[in-house]
Design a protein around this ligand. Structure first.
Ligand code: UD1
Ligand code: CA
Length: 458
């Protein structure tokens, strides 16, 4: 079955009070519209094929720039004359579709399973409506049924009679229209209503008139059909979604100390018996193996953490690779290209960039290690700095297995320290140190016994 999907995303979203088009505001780190696109793609993959048409208007260029890497047909709606008018713009592109599904760029949490049910209910033969019963239906189009329970029409809030206003079943806006009816129904809408808009919802009475069955499906969760019109709603939906993501992680074997204080903004792969303490943010592609502990206040972005590793409080990892049983932090920063081999330890106030720290090696306090290769079993003392940048170019430092780099050593790259070599504390090392050698490069101590402390001027 060819199911085309039309995503409406032309509205201004003036209540967001933003220079960013509404549909680009993120939920869980991704633009709302991207969530809808992903759900649409997944649905098409499950049921057959189809094209995705995105109707844009306000901020069209910004929307295209942000999501141009997806395979989409962009359709411009220069004037926003209503949801029916928006779908009209996509009608030529939908020629040949068996069914056309209408989605909204500002209703981001719609699930593919729900869309698949709706498409199955329509099957290209019936008009499928996604409806929901709300305790407070105000603002929504009401589903009007006859005495037999058959849908007669959708009446917009502003066009409703007092009896209709009391109806709790509302239109979510999401619907599946038989492809063969699309053009006829959508191209002949009128705007004779309270808002002088072309209402997409008027296709319901067209279906009723020509006796095309109208069926309905309801979503599993109300959040699936919640739209975002303001930043307050954006945050409400974000929190609801975060709760769902946390619940899914807990279900899969992750202990979360407080699901209200963990944020997941990406694609997270997790093992079992992981502990996430409070205020942890997981972003982008993150992989966490079994028995990992992540202490409070950590930000983990596009990183991999091996089995049994512990990331202590307030550490920040970005594009880092931490092997099994490592210890990182507290207050450590692993920048892109930081690679820690098994049982390596990176302690407080240490920054590692584009460097390999070999198995069991330790960089425990107050160091900067950049563009370096550190072998296994090395010990890098407090305050050691790789001087990797000469103001123009970056240079490499190499530290071999078992080396002991004395406290406060400056390693002026390019430089290499041999196997089991040592550097004296406070040295500025500018020349290579061979295996087993000691490199000392600092002024010798001289004690002045005639020294007198200055006294205060009279
Ligand atoms: C619409 C439905 C209403 C339903 C509600 C659910 C109609 C006539 N009404 O009302 O029954 O209960 O959604 O939220 O369909 N858009 C465009 N171009 C336009 C107009 C709208 O792209 O010309 C987009 C908007 O960006 C928005 C969406 O369509 O994302 C819905 O438009 P909006 O005007 O908010 O519809 P509602 O009045 O909420
Ligand atoms: Ca409207």
């Amino acid at each position: 079955m060819r199911a085309d999907i039309v995503i409406l995303a032309a509205g201004q979203g003036s209540r967001m009070k933003s220079n960013l088009p509404k549909v680009l505001h993120p939920i869980a780190g991704k633009p709302m519209l991207e969530h809808v696109i992903l759900s649409a793609q997944q649905t098409q993959k499950m049921i057959g094929k189809g094209e995705i048409h995105v109707v844009i208007g306000h901020g069209a260029q910004k929307v295209k720039d942000a999501l141009g890497h997806y395979d989409l047909n962009w359709v411009e709606q220069t004037e926003q004359l209503g949801t029916g008018h928006a779908v009209q713009q996509a009608v030529p592109g939908c020629k040949g579709a068996d069914v056309v599904l209408v989605l909204y760029g500002d209703v981001p949490l719609i699930k593919s399973s729900t869309l698949q049910s709706l498409l199955a209910a329509s099957n290209g033969e019936r008009l499928g409506l996604l409806t929901i019963n709300l305790p407070n239906p105000s603002g929504y189009g009401r589903i009007v049924r006859d005495g037999f329970g058959n849908v007669q029409a959708i009446v917009e809030d502003k066009d409703s009679t007092p009896e209709q206003l009391a109806i709790n079943e509302v239109n979510t806006g999401i619907m599946a229209i038989p492809g063969k009816k699309l053009e006829d129904w959508v191209m002949h809408l009128s705007n004779d209503n309270a808002q002088k808009e072309y209402y997409l919802t008027d296709v319901v009475s067209k279906a009723v008139t020509e006796e095309t069955p109208v069926v309905h499906v309801q979503p599993q969760q109300a959040t699936e059909v919640e739209g975002v019109n303001s930043r307050v709603q954006l945050t409400e939906l974000e929190r609801a979604f975060q709760q769902q993501l946390a619940t899914a992680l807990m279900t899969s074997g992750v202990t979360i100390i407080d699901p209200a204080r963990v944020d997941i903004r990406g694609d997270i792969k997790t093992g079992k018996d992981i502990l996430l303490d409070i205020n942890v943010i997981l972003e982008g592609d993150v992989e966490i193996a079994d028995n990992v502990i992540i202490e409070p206040g950590c930000v983990i972005r596009n990183s991999r953490i091996g089995e049994g590793a512990i990331i202590k409080a307030h550490s920040i990892l970005e594009n880092a690779d931490v092997a099994a049983n490592c210890e990182v932090g507290p207050f450590a920063r692993l920048r892109p290209g930081a690679q820690l081999a098994e049982k390596a330890r990176v302690g407080n106030f240490v920054e590692i960039k584009k460097s390999v720290i070999g198995a069991g090696s330790k960089v425990n306090h107050l160091s900067y290690v950049g563009d370096a290769e550190v072998g296994s079993g090395a010990n890098i003392g407090a305050g050691v700095v790789t001087c990797n940048y000469d103001g123009v170019n970056k240079h490499k430092t190499s530290i071999d297995d078992g080396a002991f780099i004395g406290t406060n050593t400056s390693l002026v790259a390019p430089v290499s320290i041999g196997k089991n070599a040592t550097t004296g504390a406070g040295s500025v090392i500018t020349k290579d140190v061979a295996d087993n050698e000691l490199g000392v490069a600092r002024g010798r101590q001289r004690n002045v016994d005639t020294w007198k402390r200055p006294t205060k001027d009279a």
